[in-house]
Design a protein around this ligand. Structure first.
Ligand code: ADP
Ligand code: MG
Length: 706
């Protein structure tokens, strides 16, 4: 094992004292390895020198020459001084000005040979000058061999790093150079998470050399490849990170497969008949396949860990219900957790109706269940006389205990924290777990977020669904939206008007949503019943509003995005979204899924505040063009990048240091394949697992593996 030079604290580098070390720690940089894994954001070719006489205003240029003069010039502003120097090459000379950097008088001396890189600007009265250029002082005689290779900031392809706090691009370049020296020369052996055999098979550059080439590309490297992060060195480091990540997921999955549940379920004719009895319609092909995959998992001795992915309205609930029924027929209890009360209640209502004819008893458990009822439910769950419970995160609370919890179903799982999910799971003995999501996500993200799960996908929509006619209009054409609402209500249908709540200005927005509802009720639609639904209402108020809308008593529901998840009122056929430009693409798609749930033609009108940005335009355009959630997801990822894919807050996506899920999708796929093969061979898996246990949390911010 080589000495752990990569673990060297940055404080050991020249130029990093305790203060700066603390500063760097704030941006996540503690060791030399952290530093080297902080990639440039782009690269600039500063390797070609321009003749000074050829410079023109507005150009960014590298020049090389000899310092003619250097001095500090006071200005009329007290205390504000400018360091100036004049640089000369064979063609001419130019001034360089460094405002507020008087200390440079001790750095530059006449006759030194230097390289400057910066913007050429024209000052009235003084002619062309370089404004605060980057500089490098060349050692040795002019033209001495190796001179160019030693430069760090100029005279080559130069890495540009993101500035953060006191970490400037210039400082990072200097530190990276020291770090590379510390690791030893080219080919030096350093600690490497990538199995050596794999590195050889894939013919990847050694890790030490990859670091060097990624930060200080060799002369002749392609600038385009570098900026696309496609050089062998960059790819190797990205691959290494993704490989480690995928290996961790796969090891976690392998460990879970070693677990055993209390007993596996059995399927016989009785179970099949019971399932048939609750089915209100014929399942689609995709639903059937999903049910089969789930039931197969349940029949195995190891616990199920499966995600059911399907667009809004694809019909996941019935699949979950069939799984629940199979578990209950086998004597197990079922817990079904949903992210909001509205949704939990709705699932409860639907499922209770379906189970009416069965012998199973089912209860709801949310924050608004009265204390007395809650105590009864808890007692029955513990005694085993209650077979299924549907609720919110209240299910994960400590007071909730089961006699024999065999199946855990989690709807919209990304809305729950790891801890909540684990707490619910821990209420059984390695129970089967089925998580569901209505957020179709691109393959790369799926592989990253759900890499430790088996995946079932429902793409096909239930029969008879009509596409929702979608259009985008500037706010100035709001009258059109009102006309459409009026026509729908006159035809006996209902409407949603959705208003965004943006976190920073929630108070103002809520006021706006409220004012909007009042305006609609009194001025625009006095003849209809209009109600307002938002997250700050008390649970029983919310219930009343929802129940009245579901019963058709309310014609128009003005709502903040609480309707986003799962609300099912098939008679609602029109949705108007205010400030559509403020919503993410996937979120708009989810919202739109609230309509188009019956045989009636449905429409979605996106009102936006002009002018739209280019991405704003592209977002709305995507919605108008397609209703395929998976296509929309790919577009969303393209437009926003993975960090923002799920809205303002990230949800469980690991933070990669080198790789980028949008840019490096193909490498993630490759890493997944190689990790799968590597783990199947079993060679070196123990060592890898040890390394992962150590690094997993620190590097990806995720729970431990293995
Ligand atoms: P989601 O996947 O969004 O949870 P739901 O389970 O709420 O979707 O189903 C949406 C609607 O489609 C419900 O009203 C449900 O009863 C209906 N549905 C689901 N599957 C079918 C099917 N195979 N045939 C007809 N209607 C279906
Ligand atoms: Mg649903």
């Amino acid at each position: 094992m080589p000495q752990d030079l990569l673990g060297t604290p940055l404080q050991f580098l020249k130029g990093v004292g305790p203060r700066r070390a603390a500063d760097l720690e704030k941006i996540g940089l503690v060791t030399v390895e952290d530093l080297l894994c902080r990639f440039p954001v782009r690269y600039e070719d500063r390797g070609r020198f321009a003749a000074i006489a050829s410079l023109h205003q507005g150009q960014r240029a590298s020049v090389q020459g000899e310092v003619l003069s250097a001095h500090v010039r006071p200005t009329r502003r007290p205390g504000f001084r400018i360091f100036e120097m004049v640089l000369q090459d064979a063609s001419g000379s130019i001034r360089a000005a460094f405002p507020n950097q008087a200390f440079l008088k001790d750095v530059f001396k006449p006759h030194q040979r230097v390289i400057l890189y910066g913007l050429v600007e024209r000052r009235p009265g003084t002619g062309l000058q370089l404004a605060s250029p980057d500089y490098e002082i060349l050692s040795g005689e002019p033209g001495a061999e190796g001179e160019e290779d030693q430069t760090v900031h100029t005279g080559r392809i130069v890495p540009i790093y993101e500035k953060a706090g006191s970490m400037t691009p210039k400082l990072q370049r200097a530190l990276v150079q020291q770090a590379l020296q510390l690791l030893g020369g080219p080919g030096a052996e350093i600690d490497d998470p990538l199995p050596a055999a794999l590195e050889r098979t894939l013919q990847m550059p050694r890790r030490r050399d990859a670091f060097e080439a990624a930060h200080f590309p060799p002369a002749g490297a392609s600038l385009d490849d570098l900026n696309a992060f496609r050089t062998p060195a960059q790819q190797r480091l990205i691959f290494e990170e993704f490989f480690l990540f995928q290996a961790g997921l796969l090891l976690k999955r392998r460990r879970q497969r070693a677990d055993r549940k209390r007993r596996s379920i059995a399927i016989d004719d009785r179970v099949r008949d019971a399932a048939r009895a609750v089915l209100p319609f014929r399942l689609t092909g995709d639903q059937k396949r999903a049910v089969r995959e789930i039931v197969d998992d349940m029949a195995r001795p190891e616990p199920m860990n499966r995600i059911l992915q399907g667009d809004v309205g694809a019909g996941k609930t019935i699949v979950a219900l069939l799984a629940a029924l199979v578990a209950m027929e086998n004597g197990f209890q079922v817990a079904f957790m949903a992210p909001t009360e509205i949704l939990a209640d709705q699932h409860f209502m639907t499922i209770r109706r379906r189970l009416e004819a069965s012998r199973f008893r089912i209860a709801a458990l949310t924050g608004s269940v009265p204390a007395k009822r809650r105590r009864e439910v808890l007692a029955e769950l513990e005694a085993g006389s209650m077979h299924m419970v549907i609720g919110t995160h209240a299910l994960a609370e400590e007071a909730v205990a089961f006699r024999e919890l065999g199946l855990v179903i989690i709807d919209e799982q990304h809305r729950f924290g790891v801890v909540q999910r684990a707490a619910l799971r821990a209420k059984g003995t390695n129970p089967d777990v089925l998580v569901m999501t209505a957020t179709p996500i691109p393959r790369t993200l799926s592989m990253t977020l759900y890499g430790d799960l088996d995946v079932s996908i429902i793409r096909e929509m239930p029969p008879g669904r009509q596409a929702v006619k979608t259009s985008a209009r500037p706010e100035s054409r709001r009258e059109e939206a009102y006309r459409a609402i009026r026509a729908a209500v006159e035809a006996g249908r209902q409407a949603y008007v959705v208003y965004p709540l943006v976190e920073e200005s929630e108070k103002i927005d809520l006021r706006n949503a409220t004012a909007m509802a009042e305006h609609l009720a009194s001025a625009v639609f006095p003849q209809y019943r209009v109600a307002l639904l938002h997250g700050r209402l008390k649970p029983d108020q919310k219930d009343r509003v929802m129940a009245s809308f579901a019963a058709g008593e309310t014609h128009i529901l003005v709502s903040t995005t609480v309707v986003e998840v799962g609300v099912d009122v098939p008679n609602a056929t029109i949705m108007v979204v205010e400030h559509a430009e403020r919503f993410g693409l996937s979120q708009l798609h989810q919202l739109r899924g609230r309509v188009g749930r019956s045989e009636h033609a449905s429409a979605c009108l996106l009102l936006y505040q002009a002018p739209l940005t280019d991405t704003g335009k592209a977002r709305l355009q995507a919605l108008v063009e397609t209703s395929d959630g998976f296509v929309i997801a790919e577009r969303d990822l393209e437009l926003r990048g993975p960090g923002d894919f799920f809205g303002t807050r990230q949800s469980g996506l690991p933070t990669f240091r080198v790789g980028d899920l949008g840019r490096d999708a193909a490498i993630m796929e490759h890493a997944r394949r190689e990790a799968t093969d590597w783990i199947a061979t079993d060679a070196g898996v123990a060592e890898l697992a040890g390394r992962l246990r150590h690094q997993w949390k620190a590097r990806f911010g995720l729970a431990e593996v293995g």
